[in-house]
Unconditional design. Sequence first.
Length: 315
Amino acid sequence: MDSTDLNFFSAVAMAGGIGRAAHDLHTVQSNVTQRVRALENQLGVRLFDRSKKGVTLTSMGNRLLPYAKRISDLLAEAHCAVKDEAWPGGELRIGSMETTAALRLPPLLTHYGIAYPDVDVQIETGPTAALVDCVLSRKLDGAFVSAPVTHGELTCTPIVEEELVLITPPMVTSPQHLSKFLTSGSGRKVIVFRAGCSYRQRLSEYLAHRGFVDLRWMEMGTLDGIIGCVAASVGLSLVPRVVADSAERQGLIHLHSLPNGTGRATTVFVHRKDAFVSSALRAFMECAGSGTIQTAPPEQPAVALKQPRKTTSPP
C-alpha cells in the first residue's frame, strides 16, 4: 500500500465513479481502475461495490477512507513544511463570518498585505458551523467565527467582542410594539443568514424565550440585504451594533439592546492544533491579535480583548 494508491482510492470515493475520479486526477480511467484493484488485491478485501451507476464504498472501504484522508493531509502538510520559508509567502486560506469580513477584515488585510506582499490571501465567508467544518477538514488554514467553539482539535484565540442588537423597522420602539409587529398577520419574517450562523441561533433563542416560536424565517446572504429588508418592514434581525448604527441615525431602523448582557458576542480565530503553522499563518495571527482587526467606526468602538503582553517591563 502506498500513498498514490490511497490517493486514487480517495478520489474514487469522493467522486462516486471511476470516470469522474479520472477527470479529477487528470488521468485515464484504466489507470484509476488498475490502482484501485491493486490496492484491493494487496489488502485482500473489496473496497467498492460496482454498478452501472457508479461505485459505492463497502464497509471496508468506509473503514479505510478516513485513514487515506489523514495520510493525504499529512503528506500535503509535510510538503508545505519543507517548502515554507522564514519570510511569509504563498497562499493563505482564511474563513470569516460575513459580519467580520465586512467590518473587521479590511484594515487587517490592508496591514497584512503591506507587511507581507508575497502572501496571497483567499477569503471564504460563511456561517460559523460551516467554517469550523472547513478548518477541521483542512480546507481552510483558519477562520474567524463566533464563540464558543469547544472542539478538541481546534485552538481558539479571542479577537474582538461585539454587541449584538435586535433591529426592527423604525416604528417598532418598544417590546409591546415588537409583539404587535410580529403578530400583526402581515407575514413578518425573521431575516437571518443561512443555517449554522451563530447570530441566527441566538435570535431564535431570544424569540423563543419571549414566546415567539411559530415564525417565518427568510435567509439573506449579505448584511446590506438584511438591513434593507428590515428598513422595508419585511421583518427583524440580529446584527452587531456597529453594523446598524448608520442606518439608525438615518431613521431607517430602530435598535433594541438585548437584556442582561446576552447581546455580547466574542469573535475568535480558530485553527487546527495538529496542523503545521506556516510562516504566513503565524504572521496573520500576530496581525489579528495586535488589534488591527478591532478597528471600528469612531462612534461605536469595538471592545478590544486583552492580548498577552510581550514584555516584562511594568505597565
